[in-house]
Design a protein around this ligand. Structure first.
Ligand SMILES: Nc1ncnc2c1ncn2[C@@H]1O[C@H](COP(=O)(O)OP(=O)(O)O)[C@@H](O)[C@H]1O
Ligand SMILES: [Mg+2]
Length: 338
């Protein structure tokens, strides 16, 4: 639905030039949540601003639903831009306007009649969970509430695409979770395509279906979020994965642990996809006459399912251990007996 080809942006000044976006090719599908992760200065903001042409590219094309955004004249561009909403790290609200008037603002610009503007704004206020705050000013709202206004405003013209530039980076962890949940529910409810950029792998893990890693203006790795988490290739990607998974498991420590038990078995359970580890462990405990000891694990939940590894020690009568292992091997979990 969005095709980006050979996209570059070079900032030139008298003395130097910065290649902020360096020859990016990318396809983003309708209805997906696509994440772009990179460190500060990687070119993420420039990249996202090229998508709605808040910046003009030095080279390349951005095609959204067969319309080449980079080639449009001012009038057409204004019309197409209404189909692209955007939210920002620092919300960019109008401080002298109430919540309601912040949201009706983009509808005024689009020439929507007053009555319809208000109806639409109230509907959106409900959608983002701000009922009762219609007449508050931004200064009277928490950070999370401000971002909810930002989201409602971005949705006012029924966009097909929502661009999010570090939308949760100014928020505390709990509020971040709430705003990310809201984005997921909007994505599902409205079928909206979401492109978000962030420097936090946690954000990618929680809501993105696919991800691209950006470094020095280039996309250096991309794929399904789950695949990238499980098999990061570039060292920069490995660093980002470690943000949420911690350092790789210490093989020597696990071997020592495995050898320290005189009875029972140490199992490595590798989770990929649907199965949740909680359900499985409790099924094991209830279904078989064994004791279970969780030794070590790093399991994480993404939009696409659970993945990671869990080391457990199980002990009990040999036939119960065998039955438990047999049971596990019939689930989607890969079992390795150590
Ligand atoms: N308007 C601008 N003029 C000159 N250089 C810029 C401008 N905007 C961004 N840059 C430079 O482009 C690079 C990428 O910046 P940016 O897109 O903001 O990265 P990110 O959002 O990943 O932190 C940086 O080196 C930055 O200094
Ligand atoms: Mg930025």
């Amino acid at each position: 639905m969005i095709t980006i080809q050979n996209l570059s942006k070079v900032y030139k000044s008298k003395h130097n030039q910065v290649v902020a976006v360096d020859d990016i090719d990318l396809k983003i599908h309708k209805g997906e949540i696509f994440g772009v992760i990179g460190y500060s200065g990687a070119g993420k903001s420039t990249f996202i601003r090229l998508i709605n042409r808040l910046e003009d590219p030095t080279q390349g094309d951005v095609v959204i639903n067969d319309k080449n955004i980079t080639k449009l004249k001012t009038g057409q561009l204004r019309k197409e831009r209404q189909k692209i909403g955007m939210i920002f790290q620092h919300f960019n609200l109008l401080w002298s306007r109430t919540v309601l008037k912040n949201i009706t603002f983009s509808l005024e610009i689009a020439g929507v009649p007053r009555k319809q503007r208000k109806e639409k704004a109230l509907e959106l206020i409900d959608l983002v969970g701000l009922k009762g705050r219609e007449n508050h000013y931004p200064s009277q709202l928490s950070g999370g509430q401000k971002q909810r206004v930002g989201i409602a405003r971005a949705l006012a013209n029924d966009p097909e695409v929502l661009l999010c530039d570090e939308a949760t980076s100014a928020l505390d962890p709990k509020t971040t979770e709430d705003i990310l949940d809201l984005l997921v529910s909007i994505n599902k409810k409205l079928g909206l395509t979401i492109i978000l950029i962030t420097h936090e792998m946690h954000v990618i893990k929680k809501i993105c279906h696919r991800v691209a890693v950006m470094d020095s203006g280039k996309i250096v790795e991309q794929g399904d979020a789950l695949d990238v988490f499980m098999h990061p290739k570039q060292s920069i990607t490995k660093h980002f994965v470690q943000q949420v998974m911690g350092p790789p498991q210490d093989q020597a420590l696990i071997d020592t642990l495995a050898n320290s038990f005189e009875t029972g078995k140490v199992l490595r359970l590798h989770f990929v996809g649907e199965t949740t580890n909680q359900a499985l462990i409790s099924q094991l405990a209830k279904g078989f006459d064994i004791d279970i000891n969780i030794l070590q694990g790093n399991i994480t939940q993404t939009q696409e399912g659970t993945y990671g590894a869990l080391f457990v020690h199980i002990d009990g009568p040999q036939n119960e251990i065998d039955k438990a292992i047999h049971f596990l091997s019939n689930t989607s979990v890969e079992v390795e007996v150590r």
